[in-house]
Design a protein. Structure first.
Length: 602
């Protein structure tokens, strides 16, 4: 079969997207490829189709052990002969897959990277015929990135053992640095690079000041995402459990997920998230890589991510189906203090800490920008764009203001406290002094006698917190030591003594925030379905849910929403007609076609 025939007959799609065709042809021709494509861009077909067209088995290296079963189930449902080998299997299951591989009965074999360290696996592969190696989540080889997996380093040997087998490395995350590192470490010197646009236009990016995070989250869900599936990211294990509890108490179905839960519980929660409708997963970043649930409608961050790469990958899990989705982050002064401190306390040398600080600086710059968030995100990945009209700063542009004088007030307070040397003080004490508050701690240290006491009545507490946050973000202040003491930096001297100006971001008014939410409603998907098709769609959904339950697979493995919508609209009466719908391949037509026609007829 040609690649086009495979696309149509196996996957049921009419045409390739973006660079897919070029990539597929290149690999079929035996060339190596490095593919950078955002989440939802369609990376899987880039190695699945060549595996089916070329002689032999496509070996897919993936770190996503917990998802291999679902991936293989989905392929089998398409009629593709797929199997996997990883540490979760019983020996006899493994032997069965190995036998299938040797007998040439597989089209695709998924492998965890650590399997390739086992000599037995390498010998097994040498005895079969390999069509290609696909290295998924290739950024895991990068030590500069945030998902480093030492096992990935060993993948550079694939080329030495199998010099004639083409390799295709794929990732949804790559700055220039990571991109170069992947090519180098995987020895992809002769590979052709395919870099797609990283824009995800259907995701609305919003970053808001954090006041009462729980309440803010609840409002987001209740006003914009009721009944939707979503992911809430928190920094600590403890807070994932607390927030999940809080959401449940407020009538929103939620589950926690973190590396401290035992493996069974983790697997159960992941599986429920994939299978049930409208569940919210409250998780640490241990959750989500490779989760290809297409209808995650929002990703909320309650704590500041450590890097833009991580943030973009996490938010990228929203809206894989291309429908409008929200990426929402609440961020405040405490986040900056905490992260700077975590970096200071981290193991590793100066170089390592410098790297972490650079990552954080880029993330902070994104939070504090008054320009389009999307333009800034894309620039981070070395791509350019126009203001998007679908992020908070585009919809309600924040103003900048000259914050030099408030900045000087904060910095000279910090300077005076620093001079005392007896005791170290954080942001709270600094703000109390500026506001002229006679708290017990202010009186205890005679801080009401300082020249700066009470000189900051032009702003309220949250205004000052905003100023300190932005000074930290822009490098005019730093934190140090056990008590997160505020300290001056070389840049602060320029503000204090050399008249350097400090520009700050003014948070938009409440009214403007409402406009952002309204814009979202206006952009809501026009469900491309006439009104009379809606009940038919619901009927097909019920059929799909029952079928998925019977087979123990997620509903989207059977058919995507978009496919069911098209079927409901077309209302086909014959199998041939049904086969024209995008997403209905030959195998699915044979397996489910008659059932669907029966559903439509009743
Ligand atoms: P990625 O791995 O890049 O995140 P996937 O490979 O999971 O993305 O593809 C995202 C979605 O787009 C999947 O549901 C897939 O079936 C669908 N898709 C991919 N290529 C095509 C195509 N050429 N036509 C229609 N749908 C496609
Ligand atoms: Zn924008």
């Amino acid at each position: 079969m040609t690649s086009h025939e495979v696309l149509r007959r196996v996957f049921g799609y009419d045409s390739f997207r973006g660079d897919q065709q070029e990539i597929v042809e290149h690999v079929i021709g035996g060339g190596d490829a490095l593919v950078l494509m955002p989440t939802g861009g369609g990376k899987s077909l880039c190695y699945q189709i060549p595996s089916l067209v070329r002689d032999g088995v496509g070996v897919v290296v993936s770190p996503l052990i917990a998802l291999m079963q679902d991936q293989v189930d989905a392929l089998r449902d398409l009629g593709v002969k797929a199997g996997f080998l990883n540490s979760t299997q019983y020996p006899d299951e493994r032997s069965m897959v190995e036998a299938e591989f040797l007998a040439g009965e597989l089209d695709l074999l998924y492998l965890a990277p650590e399997r390739l360290r086992v000599e037995q696996t390498v010998r097994l592969l040498e005895r079969g015929k390999i069509a290609l190696f696909a290295i998924d989540e290739a950024h895991c080889v990068s030590q500069w990135g945030h998902d480093f997996r030492p096992d990935y380093l060993a993948l550079s040997h694939l080329h030495e053992r199998w010099p004639d087998v083409p390799r295709i490395a794929l990732t949804a995350t790559a700055t220039k640095a990571t991109h170069a590192e992947i090519a180098e470490r995987l020895k992809l010197g002769d590979a052709k690079h395919f870099v797609a646009s990283f824009d995800r236009p259907n995701i609305q990016y919003r970053i808001v000041p954090k006041n009462e995070p729980k309440k803010q989250l609840l409002e987001l869900i209740n006003t914009e995402h009721q009944g939707d599936a979503g992911i809430v990211y928190c920094l600590s294990r403890n807070s994932t459990e607390k927030i999940a509890e809080f959401l449940n108490a407020n009538g929103i179905k939620a589950l926690p997920y973190h590396a401290g839960l035992d493996a069974n519980k983790r697997a159960e929660h992941q599986s429920r998230f994939l299978r049930e409708d409208g569940l919210v997963m409250v998780a640490t970043i241990a959750f989500g890589m490779g989760i290809d649930k297409p209808d995650v409608r929002f990703v909320a961050h309650l704590d500041l991510p450590k890097s833009v790469e991580g943030y973009y990958q996490e938010t990228g899990r929203a809206g894989r189906d291309g429908l409008p989705s929200t990426a929402w982050l609440a961020y405040g002064l405490q986040d900056v203090v905490q992260q700077r401190k975590m970096i200071e306390d981290s193991d590793g040398d100066q170089v390592h800490r410098r790297k972490l600080n650079l990552h954080l600086d880029a993330m902070l710059a994104l939070c504090e920008t008054v320009e389009c968030r999307r333009v800034q995100l894309l620039e981070y990945f070395g791509q350019s764009g126009e203001p998007c009209g679908n992020c908070d700063t585009c919809i309600a542009p924040p103003e900048t203001w000259d914050g030099t004088i408030p900045a000087q007030k904060v910095l000279s307070t910090v300077y005076r406290l620093r001079n005392e040397r007896r005791q170290k003080f954080g942001a709270g004490q600094t703000i109390d002094i500026l506001l002229g508050r006679k708290t017990a701690k202010v009186i205890q240290f005679d801080h009401d006698a300082l020249k700066v006491f009470g000189i900051g009545t032009e702003l309220n507490e949250s205004g000052w917190r905003g100023v300190v946050r932005q000074l930290l973000a822009q490098g005019f202040l730093a934190v140090e030591g056990e008590y997160s003491t505020l300290v001056l930096t070389p840049a602060s001297e320029e503000v204090l003594y050399k008249g350097r100006k400090v520009m700050m971001r003014r948070e938009p008014e409440k009214k403007a925030v409402k406009a952002v939410k309204a814009a979202k409603a206006a952009k809501a998907p026009e469900v491309e379905m006439p009104a009379e098709a809606a009940p038919v769609f619901e009927k097909l959904r019920a059929w799909r849910a029952a079928t998925a339950r019977e087979q123990g697979v997620p509903a989207y493995v059977i058919f995507h929403d978009a496919t069911l919508r098209q079927i409901a609209t077309l209302s086909p009466t014959t199998l041939d007609e049904l086969g024209t719908v995008s997403g209905v391949g030959e195998n699915k037509l044979a397996k489910y076609g008659q059932q669907i026609l029966d559903e439509l007829a009743t």
